[in-house]
Design a protein around this ligand. Structure first.
Ligand code: SF4
Ligand code: FES
Length: 240
């Protein structure tokens, strides 16, 4: 265990936990967007900015990635922190003004509208879809493209591999801005992504006749779990 000071409160925390973990443990609200407890943190959105004091000097860092250590001092609500989060929020709102998740967060942080305009973008580069596909689904079908110097900012920023993708819908579920969406119509699932559409044939349940899951996803599950593909001839609702 280590002892840290967070907003003048002395707290005992597990070594290896992050500032965000400790704040959650003691009920201090820190806004997050690119963080999810089931995924590794990557510090992409900077909405969780806090100040840590090192050798008497405060500097900004991200609470979701910063591991606590003995005698660490953290400020989660200083003037600089509040100002930084509002600026980050304005940038996000300028990029994706119609996203419910972004609007919800903006309201919580008291940001009504950005003081500037930016071209609207579907993807805000939070990386949640990339990490979900890699760490939870185990497929790594999504990655960032056009990163680094000379990047054309009009390019799509994530790319879904048509070869690897199994059409499971985890990316659409986790995306906070609806940059990835899924439509099931008849026997076809369409995944709409910033880099294009991908179509999947859906499996028909032999009992009720409903189309219920992409055939490619079922083949993947059967292979991973050593089950016969025939197990998936019926949908979960029609199984005993
Ligand atoms: S598509 Fe959505 S989840 Fe993926 S990086 Fe962009 S905003 Fe984040
Ligand atoms: S939630 Fe910490 S950087 Fe996005």
């Amino acid at each position: 265990m280590v002892k840290i000071t967070i907003d003048n409160q002395i707290v005992e925390a597990n070594e290896g936990s992050t500032i965000l973990d400790v704040a959650n443990m003691v009920g201090i609200y820190i806004p997050t967007l690119c963080y999810h407890e089931a995924l590794s943190p990557n510090g992409a959105c900077r909405l969780c900015s806090v100040e840590v004091i090192t050798n008497g000097t405060p500097y900004l860092t991200t609470a979701c990635t910063y591991p606590v250590r003995e005698e660490l001092e953290v400020r989660t609500n200083s003037e600089k922190v509040v100002k930084t989060r509002k600026l980050v929020m304005e940038l996000l709102l300028a990029q994706r003004p119609h996203s419910n998740r972004i609007q919800e967060l903006a309201e919580k942080l008291g940001v009504e509208r950005p003081a500037f305009t930016l071209g609207e973008r579907e993807c805000i580069l939070c990386g949640l879809c990339v990490r979900t596909c890699r760490e939870v689904v185990g497929i790594s079908a999504i990655d960032f493209i056009g990163q680094g110097i000379g990047r054309d900012i009009d390019e799509p920023v994530i790319e879904v591999s048509t070869i690897k993708c199994i059409g499971c819908d985890s990316c659409a579920y986790i995306c906070p801005t609806d940059a990835i969406t899924i439509e099931d119509v008849g026997d076809t699932r369409t995944i709409n992504t910033p880099s294009g559409k991908i179509e999947f044939k859906l499996k028909k349940c032999k009992t009720c006749g409903n189309y219920w899951a992409p055939e490619k996803q079922l083949e993947y599950i059967a292979k991973q779990s050593n089950l016969a593909l025939e197990v998936f001839n019926t949908c979960p609702n029609c199984r005993d």
